[in-house]
Design a binder for this molecule. Structure first.
Ligand SMILES: Nc1ncnc2c1ncn2[C@@H]1O[C@H](COP(=O)(O)OP(=O)(O)O)[C@@H](O)[C@H]1O
Ligand SMILES: [Mg+2]
Length: 269
């Protein structure tokens, strides 16, 4: 069953058609990759699905069978969709644990409780929250940094924290926008190991935008390729990588068959 479905999904910014009549199905329990050149509409797709942008008329977004088109972001979050941002949006003054709790409280009814007025049920909920957040911190390998301001973390640790904050929302669908950007190859492997662990533990469905082809080829069950906001290819990684149009669009140049094979052989190393 498709957990996320889009039909006729479109978004224009003035005259620019950033997403054009996109039909996409993300199967429950799968790891789905979304790739394409810079400016092809990948982040816009995330923003449409998560309620950051409103869609153009005629668009349909369904999650778990429910029409959620143009719902408010918190309504979509509450249904089980969480995402990370390409440019991290952490609270650098707040501690690592507090950053996670922000994600958690975004989706509990206790969020609005004033600090002075704390009925027992709220205190108990807070304790539960802290405990489950510590569990999450240890899975993402940041438990020892719980009380450190997020601003003092390394680049790789910040990527992990942003993953943790999305996980704190207890999602069914986790959408990652270039999760490995700027990481060393070793850290890419660490991060993807953690992502796969989280998927297994919590039964997640994953949608991943990633420029590092190796990550896409190694981990995704299915890949959708965008160019100028349109789907130009879709299939298993090995199918997509043999598609000439896909490779040319993705790498942005005309290539011979030899070059296509070489490009992907390099990417898959
Ligand atoms: N808020 C916005 N206002 C105007 N144009 C935008 C906005 N967001 C994205 N775009 C444009 O939409 C196109 C797709 O952008 P984006 O989705 O960020 O691409 P990608 O993530 O694939 O690199 C680009 O041409 C970008 O400039
Ligand atoms: Mg982007």
């Amino acid at each position: 069953m498709a957990l996320l479905e889009t039909r006729m999904l479109s978004k224009s910014f003035g005259g620019l058609r950033a997403i054009q009549q996109l039909e996409m199905d993300v199967e429950e329990g799968s790891i789905h990759g979304l790739i394409g050149p810079n400016g092809s509409g990948k982040s816009t797709f995330f923003n449409l699905v998560t309620g950051v942008y409103k869609t153009d008329p005629g668009s349909v977004v369904r999650f778990a069978g429910e029409d959620i088109t143009n719902f408010e972001a918190h309504e979509i979050g509450r249904r089980g969709v969480a995402r990370t941002f390409q440019l991290l949006r952490l609270f650098s003054e707040m501690t690592v644990l507090q950053n996670l709790l922000v994600g958690y409280h975004t989706h509990t009814k206790y969020a609005a409780a004033a600090p002075i007025f704390r009925p027992r049920s709220v205190v108990r909920a807070d304790q539960e929250a802290s405990e489950s957040m510590f569990e999450l911190l240890s899975i993402i390998g940041l438990a020892e940094f719980a009380d450190m301001p997020a601003g003092e973390l390394s680049g790789g640790q910040r990527r992990l924290l942003s993953l943790g904050r999305a996980m704190a929302m207890r999602p069914k669908l986790l959408m990652l926008d270039e999760p490995a950007a700027g990481l060393s190859p070793t850290n890419v492997d660490v991060l993807m190991g953690i992502v796969l662990d989280l998927k297994k533990r919590y039964g997640l469905t994953l949608l991943i935008v990633e420029h590092i082809l190796k990550v896409v080829m190694d981990t995704c069950d299915r890949v959708t390729v965008l160019d100028h906001g349109q789907k130009i290819g879709e299939g298993a990684p090995h199918e997509v990588k043999d598609d000439h149009a896909v490779v040319e669009a993705y790498l942005g140049k005309e290539m011979s068959d030899e070059e296509v094979r070489a490009a992907f052989a390099k990417a898959a190393r």
